[in-house]
Design a protein around this ligand. Structure first.
Ligand code: BTN
Length: 261
């Protein structure tokens, strides 16, 4: 899109970044298969906590449930390496979606929402996807990687396959957004929320209150199973509680939600 000053680099992200560890080390690639792959390799080699892998473009971006994630130039694709206590793992998805919501609101003024479990929407359309992958052995976290993909400066009209369900910040705003500002703000937010985890409570509560899903009739697909019901609430571990028409309740750990009304 060639907007002057809208390029990313490791130094432009780290310089005077007001964090203690998130984003203090950034590894930048103009083009990469997937930041998740590099982040895992770096984590295995003992990368410092908070190390960020970021790419201008991914050629094999990974989505949830083995889907492909489109991330052409103009989007943000990054992964953050963390070494949290195992008890914080379920909170990472909530933390990542809130950090994205806060930074989008701060940088663009657009109002963002969360769709269970971890899609960020603007005006009902997906603007960001989050993928958390971790390695846990005997209850010890080897690593956890937060993967965040945001449609920033994209014309969705150029991507007809996702046009009906997706949007971008530039399409919503009618102008381009400085990716650097958004990335830096996002890293500050991630650290703030991550450091707040031991205090408990607040991240879960804010995530729950931001969910557009609750109180709605939904259909949830997980593998080959489909559940229908009223999205009643979410548990502290992030799972969704679905009330069926016969009064029974199902607890759903993962899945794809379609809103019915
Ligand atoms: C989803 O909604 O299915 C999750 C999409 C996650 C995409 C991000 S982009 C940065 C990181 N690298 C990847 O390959 N995937 C995640």
């Amino acid at each position: 899109m060639g907007m002057v000053g809208n390029s990313l680099s490791a130094t432009s992200i780290t310089t005077n970044l007001e964090t203690r560890f998130i984003g203090q080390k950034v590894i930048y690639y103009p083009s990469l298969t997937s930041t998740m792959e590099v982040a895992k390799r770096e984590a295995h080699q003992g990368a410092a906590e908070g190390t960020v892998i970021i790419a201008d473009e991914q050629t094999a971006g990974k989505g949830r449930m083995k889907r492909v994630w489109l991330s052409p130039t103009g989007s943000i694709a990054l992964s953050v390496i963390l070494y949290p206590d195992v008890t914080y793992l379920p909170s990472l998805v909530m933390l990542a979606s809130l950090a994205v919501v806060h930074s989008i609101e701060a940088v663009t003024g657009l109002k963002a929402q969360v769709k269970w479990p971890n899609d960020v929407l603007i005006n009902g359309k997906k603007v960001c996807g989050i993928l958390v992958e971790s390695e846990v052995r005997r209850n010890i976290v080897g690593y956890a990687i937060l993967g965040i993909g945001i449609n920033v400066n994209l014309r969705l009209a150029d991507f007809p396959e996702i046009l009906p369900i997706a949007t971008s910040l530039s399409d919503e705003l009618g102008r381009e957004v400085l990716r650097l500002d958004l990335v830096r703000r996002l890293l500050v937010e991630i650290e703030r929320l991550y450091l707040a985890l031991p205090a408990g409570g607040t991240i879960y509560e804010e995530w729950r209150d931001r969910l557009v899903t609750l109180g709605k009739r939904v259909s949830v697909k997980w593998g080959t199973t489909r559940y229908e019901g009223m999205a009643e609430s979410v548990a502290r571990d992030g799972s969704l509680l679905l009330r069926h028409s016969d009064g029974s309740l199902t607890k759903i750990v993962a899945g794809d939600v379609t809103l019915r009304d």
